[in-house]
Design a protein around this ligand. Structure first.
Ligand code: ADP
Ligand code: MG
Length: 270
C-alpha cells in the first residue's frame, strides 16, 4: 500500500496540447484522502482535459500524475520508466471512478447490469455476489426499486444516480465528477448533489468539476479555480467563495451568482 501521509493524487506541471493549442499549461494540484475538491472554471479552460489525464483517458504531453504512489500511465521498466500496456492502464483506471455530464449508461442493459458489469467482467463476480453488490450500491443512491428498469425509463437525475452507483462499483480510491448536474433539469439537480454530498461526508475522495456554487460551499473542502489551462486559485472552500483573491475567480463567481455562468457546457468529447 502507498504511504498514507502523502497526497492520494499528485498532479505536477501537467501539460496537454491539441494541435497548436495549449490546453493545460502546467497544472499542479494535490488531493489528500477524504478531501472533496470542487473545480471551477469557464467553458474551455481545460477542466475536462485535466480529469481525463488523471485517469489516462488522455495522454499528457508533459508533467505527471501520481495516484497512490503510482505514476499514471507509466511503470518501472528494466531501463527506466516505460509506458503501461492497455490492460495495465485499465487496471490503474479502475482505481478511479468517473461520472460524466451525460451519464453514458448502456441503453439496452438494466440499471442493475449497468452498475455491476465492470466488477463482473474484471473481478469475475458470480451472479449472486453481483446482485448483492448492485443492490447495495443502488440502495446507496436511493434506487433499489429501479434495479430492473432500463435507463430510458428513468429521469435524468435518476440516471445520473445510477452512473454514480456504477462509478462506486469497483470500490475506487478517487471519484471524478465532470459537471454531473449540467445536463439535468433544475428540478433533478438536488437529488444528485445530495448523493454526492453524502459521499463527501462519508469520507470519499472526490474531484468535482461543477458550476453549482451551493454544492461547492456545502460539500467541498477546497475550491480550485482553473483558467486558461492553469490553476489560478486554490484554497479552503469558504475562503475562495467568500473572498476570492484572483480577479478571474471574482469575475467567475459574480457571473455565476447572476446566472450567466450556469449555462450548460457543450457535450463531453466521446
Ligand atoms: P472544459 O472542460 O474546461 O470546458 P476542455 O478540457 O473540455 O475544457 O477543453 C479545453 C480546450 O481543449 C477547449 O478549447 C477544447 O475545444 C479543446 N479540446 C478538448 N478536447 C479536445 C480534443 N480531443 N481535440 C481537440 N481539442 C480539444
Ligand atoms: Mg468540460
Amino acid at each position: 500500500m502507498s504511504d498514507p501521509t502523502l497526497p492520494l493524487l499528485q498532479i505536477r506541471d501537467l501539460r496537454k496540447r491539441y494541435g497548436t493549442t495549449d490546453v493545460l499549461r502546467g497544472i499542479s494540484l494535490d488531493v489528500h484522502r477524504g478531501e472533496t475538491v470542487a473545480v471551477l472554471g469557464a467553458s474551455g479552460s481545460g477542466k475536462s482535459t485535466m480529469l481525463r489525464c488523471v485517469n489516462h483517458l488522455e495522454r499528457p504531453d508533459g508533467g505527471s500524475v501520481t495516484l497512490g504512489g503510482e505514476l499514471v500511465g507509466f511503470g518501472q521498466g528494466r531501463r527506466g520508466p516505460r509506458m503501461l500496456t492497455e490492460s495495465e492502464i485499465a487496471r490503474q483506471r479502475s482505481r478511479t471512478g468517473m461520472v460524466f455530464q451525460h451519464f453514458n449508461l448502456f441503453p439496452h442493459w438494466t440499471v442493475l447490469r449497468n452498475v455491476v458489469e465492470a466488477p463482473v467482467r474484471v473481478r469475475g463476480l458470480d451472479r449472486t455476489r453481483a446482485h448483492e453488490l448492485g443492490m447495495r450500491l443502488l440502495t446507496t443512491v436511493g434506487l433499489a426499486d429501479r434495479a430492473s428498469s432500463y435507463p430510458k425509463q428513468l429521469s435524468g437525475g435518476q440516471q445520473q444516480r445510477v452512473s454514480i452507483a456504477r462509478a462506486l462499483a469497483m470500490d475506487p480510491e478517487l471519484l471524478l465528477f465532470d459537471e454531473p448536474t449540467s445536463a439535468l433539469d433544475p428540478a433533478n439537480v438536488g437529488e444528485v448533489t445530495s448523493v454526492m454530498k453524502r459521499l463527501a461526508d462519508e469520507g470519499s475522495t472526490m474531484i468535482v468539476v461543477t458550476h453549482e456554487i451551493g454544492f461547492a460551499r456545502a460539500a467541498a473542502s477546497r475550491v480550485v479555480m482553473i483558467a486558461d489551462g492553469l490553476v489560478v486559485e486554490d484554497g479552503p472552500a469558504d475562503r475562495v467563495l467568500d473572498a476570492p483573491r484572483n480577479p478571474i475567480t471574482r469575475a467567475f463567481l459574480e457571473n455565476t451568482r447572476y446566472g450567466a455562468g450556469t449555462a450548460t457546457e457543450p457535450a463531453d468529447q466521446p
